[in-house]
Every structure is written in structure tokens, then in C-alpha cells.
Ligand binder design. Structure first.
Ligand SMILES: [Fe+2]
Ligand SMILES: [Fe+2]
Length: 240
């Protein structure tokens, strides 16, 4: 895809769930993406259960990628309790991991947090009752605050927000209604809508819908690998 004037084309994909048994390789995909976009954005669940060996397998595949790679971790990357080691391996492979901060590439600010669950709209989980429920809500609020602080550091007029969890219910539609509260949280969208954001990308909802928007009108794309995307490839090509 040729860039429109003054626009940056980036590829986005989430939920690679790389395993260390090498049953899947993304080398060819990363090489293909390098010819079509100027940045590759990875939206979390990069590994299947957060094992360092899985991160090493992904790091090996990322050597085939000739463009800058940025992204966030997902809940699966936390599962083995070795998140720091997973992050270290991916950073050593050249990936820029966003965890409450922003990087600017060719005039576009990429701003990332993992996000968290908590539900949507008036049905969002409230900080009430047991301390464990309050802790869960506090984590959800904290991720929104970290996104806000990262957005405040942006000087570019073009910002792409990179998440793992969904900020709106529109892009999780297709998943069972019962698990909507575990797929994302509206607090992320409330934060996004306080700023000028060109595009939001997320993953996590493997059976959701590709396209949605925040209440304030920011376009939101669920780029989880299994989601069908325009162009028929596992990744989305977007502009900012
Ligand atoms: Fe996933
Ligand atoms: Fe996930």
C-alpha cells in the first residue's frame, strides 16, 4: 500500500500466541509486512503462556522484519510470571515495548498500555464491596491513568493508541455476551476521547469484530489474528 501524502502506513496484528514448539512461524508474514508498511504494531498476547522460550521463538522470527516493531504485552504474556524476562528478550530483538509511554516514528506518536478488563458503559464494574473487587477496579483505573499520562507526553498531532484489551464493546461483538466484561473496559475509551487520537488498535477478543469507534468518534480496530480484515491478510494495514 502506498502512503497517502503525509500519512504513515502501519501494519497491526495481535494475539500471535507464539509457542516454543515451533508449530507456527511468522517469518514470512513479517517479511511480507516489511514491504507493505513502515511500522509493525503488535497488540499483545505475543506469546502463548509468557514463557521466555516462546519469546525467544518470536524474537527469532522478528529478525525477518525490516521495519520498526512496536507493541504492548497481553494477559497471556503475564501467565508464567516471567514478564520481565519476556520483555527483555523482545527488547533485545529490537522491539519497542510500550508500557505507559509513547514513541514517535516518522511524525506519528504510538502510545501504548496493555489495558485491563472491567466491562463497558453503565455496566462497568464499580469499586464496591470486597477488597479483591476494589483491587481489580483499581488496576483498571490505573491502566487508564497510565494511558492518560502517556498521551500527555505526545507532541505530535497524530497519535495511534496501542492496547491489548478493548476500549469499546463494538469490537468485541461476536464474543459471548457473558465474557464482555473480561475483554476490555470503557475507562480506556473515556481517556482516549479526552485527546486527539487518529487510530486505536487492540487485540484480545479473538472472535470480536474488526471495526468500531469510541463514543467520541475515534476509530477502533480489533486486529487479533483470527479476526477477518480487509485485504484478507492476518494483519490490518492502517494509516495515521
Ligand atoms: Fe489472545
Ligand atoms: Fe488476551
Amino acid at each position: 500500500m502506498a502512503d497517502a501524502p503525509d500519512k504513515l502506513t502501519f501494519a497491526a496484528i495481535g494475539d500471535l500466541h507464539v509457542r516454543d514448539d515451533r508449530t507456527s512461524s511468522y517469518r514470512e508474514l513479517f517479511a511480507e509486512v516489511s514491504g507493505k508498511a513502515r511500522v509493525l504494531v503488535l497488540c499483545g498476547d505475543l506469546t502463548d503462556v509468557g514463557r521466555p522460550a516462546e519469546a525467544e521463538a518470536l524474537a527469532e522470527d522478528l529478525r525477518a522484519c525490516a521495519i520498526p516493531v512496536i507493541g504492548v504485552l497481553g494477559n497471556h504474556d503475564y501467565d508464567s510470571g516471567q514478564t520481565e524476562e519476556v520483555a527483555r528478550i523482545l527488547k533485545n530483538a529490537g522491539m519497542r515495548l510500550l508500557n505507559g509511554h509513547a514513541v514517535e516514528i516518522e511524525g506519528v506518536a504510538f502510545v501504548g498500555v496493555k489495558g485491563f478488563l472491567g466491562g463497558f458503559g453503565p455496566r462497568m464494574l464499580a469499586s464496591f464491596g470486597e477488597s479483591c473487587v476494589k483491587a481489580l477496579v483499581a488496576e483498571s483505573v490505573n491502566e487508564a491513568i497510565r494511558l492518560e499520562n502517556a498521551m500527555r507526553s505526545v507532541r505530535s498531532g497524530r497519535a495511534v493508541v496501542v492496547l491489548h484489551y478493548a476500549p469499546v464493546p463494538g469490537t468485541v461483538e461476536g464474543e459471548p455476551l457473558e465474557i464482555f466484561p473480561f475483554l476490555g473496559c470503557s475507562r480506556l475509551a473515556e481517556t482516549i476521547d479526552r485527546f486527539k487520537v487518529s487510530v486505536v488498535v487492540h487485540g484480545h477478543a479473538h472472535h470480536g469484530r474488526y471495526e468500531g469507534q469510541t463514543p467520541g468518534g475515534a476509530p477502533v480496530y480489533n486486529v487479533a489474528l483470527p479476526i477477518e480484515k480487509p485485504g484478507g491478510r492476518p494483519y490490518a494495514l492502517l494509516e495515521a
